[in-house]
Design a protein around this ligand. Structure first.
Ligand code: ADP
Length: 437
């Protein structure tokens, strides 16, 4: 490249420099050379000046203006700059077209879309943003967005910067509208905010919950009465013909199932609607697990091989009834879904992140395709098996809810043929050391 520049410069200079030197030498006029050099310098300066002027004007204009006529190195320089600018311009037009396309698509959306810069100032928003969030582009452009949405929860969510889960709030100017807000980052920390009107979905969800709640409550009394009568009748049924005895025992089993189902549905609905109430005293996990083993053996109707390892120093701050319900579901499942001589381990230990209660069994295990669905309501690995074990299909959904209510989570792992492990993880904020109590 440098070599090429020198060759071009030499090609330009030599054709007149050599004759000029020869003429000046022949005529013995050395000042002629000096005059010539000054003239060359002035021309170079003028060239440079016109290029700088062209650069300045084209920098401030959107179109790439034709470069000034120049020859040699200057020509190559201006041609280079000109083609770079042209390429830039093409790229800029392409990006502008993309942005316009996006803005056009977003404009016609019923969801609110707001783009903010890294400092949270509004760059753009669509018409739905006015309807749902109360921001208008003409009025609010470059304003700090979180301050314009009159919702402290939104401001907190926007400021915290953790957008893995959406935020659900009431629309700032109309409490009857429920919005689901999702935020994603793009570019250099810019944010794209979507607000979706989920009022109808929420209403339907609430209607579904209310319906299940009402049906469960309505059924509770008749089923309890039926079950009570059957409790009394069954021992006396030995006087009846064998076919009647079988029918009564079957009815008794089925009403018990219905009762368990209704109780679980009511419990689940309560967990979904009523906020968790921590007991004044922390939950003594050691005592709880001791009770649990006793109850599990009762459910099994025999002494099962359950080994227990409990770190007695650590308790849980939370609701005893809920925590018992979560742990018992796991332990009773381990008892119900494994053969009688299967080893079951219950471990309660402190971890770096908090506390973990693990229920591990050496049963048949669960196929991987079922694992992610186990906490869905009424999901069972095998229908017939669940029926014979008397499960309602709601146990793990209940555990998941209780763990969420205690800011924890339920984790499930299983290897077909080797067994399953269900563990409840509590955060440090829920842990209480007995010695420091
Ligand atoms: P259920 O009331 O039917 O027990 P759960 O929600 O507690 O409902 O469990 C869902 C399904 O997960 C069960 O039907 C069973 O198939 C499977 N399951 C739960 N625990 C175990 C376990 N320890 N071993 C094998 N399968 C299990």
């Amino acid at each position: 490249m440098i070599k090429q520049v020198f060759v071009t410069a030499a090609q330009q200079l030599l054709p007149w420099l050599v004759p000029a030197v020869v003429v000046a030498w022949l005529l013995d006029l050395p000042w002629l050379l000096v005059v010539l050099l000054i003239w060359v310098l002035v021309r170079r300066y003028l060239n440079l000046y016109t290029i700088v002027a062209w650069l300045k004007t084209s920098m401030h204009s959107d179109d790439a203006k034709d470069p000034p006529e120049s020859t040699g190195v200057w020509g190559e320089l201006t041609d280079g700059i000109y083609s770079l600018k042209k390429a830039n311009e093409v790229e800029r037009r392409r990006l502008e077209a993309n942005i316009q396309y996006l803005e056009h698509s977003f404009s016609s959306m019923s969801d609110a879309v707001v783009m903010t810069d890294v400092g949270g100032r509004i760059d753009w928003c669509n018409a739905s943003a006015t309807r749902l969030l109360g921001v208008r582009l003409e009025r609010d452009a470059r304003q700090y967005f979180p301050n314009l949405v009159r919702s402290p929860r939104f401001r907190e969510y926007y400021g915290a910067g953790d957008f893995r889960e959406p935020l659900v709030i009431n629309a700032p100017h109309d409490e009857s509208i429920v919005l689901e807000i999702r935020i994603s980052r793009f570019g250099k920390g810019d944010r794209l905010v979507f607000a979706r009107n989920v009022t109808r979905e929420r209403q339907l969800d609430q209607m579904r919950k209310d319906f299940i709640d009402n049906v469960s409550h309505e059924l509770r009394t008749p089923v309890t009465v039926l079950s009570g009568y059957l409790d009394t009748i069954e021992p006396m049924s030995t006087m009846l013909p064998a076919s009647m005895q079988k029918a009564i025992s079957n009815m008794h089993r089925q009403t018990d199932r219905m009762r368990a189902l209704i109780e679980d549905l009511i419990w689940l609905s309560r967990l979904e609607t009523v906020p968790v109430e921590d007991d004044a005293d922390p939950v003594d996990v050691y005592q709880l697990v001791k009770q649990l083993v006793q109850d599990a053996n009762e459910v099994a109707g025999m002494d099962r091989k359950i080994s227990v390892t409990v770190d007695e120093d650590w308790n849980i701050k939370g609701c005893y009834k809920e925590i018992y319900s979560a742990f018992s579901n796991l332990v009773f499942n381990a008892v119900r879904y494994t053969p009688p001589d299967t080893k079951i381990r219950i471990i309660w230990q402190k971890t770096n992140l908090g506390g973990e209660l693990r229920v591990a069994d050496k049963g048949a295990g669960i196929e991987p395709r079922h694992l992610s669905r186990l906490t869905e309501r009424f999901y069972r690995v095998e229908d017939s098996r669940a029926e014979s074990t008397g499960g309602t299909g709601l146990g793990l959904a209940i555990v998941k809810h209780i763990m969420m209510r205690h800011q924890g989570e339920l984790r499930i792992s299983s290897v077909l043929g080797s067994g399953s492990t269900f563990s409840c993880h509590f955060p440090n904020s829920r842990m209480q050391n007995k010695l420091q109590q």
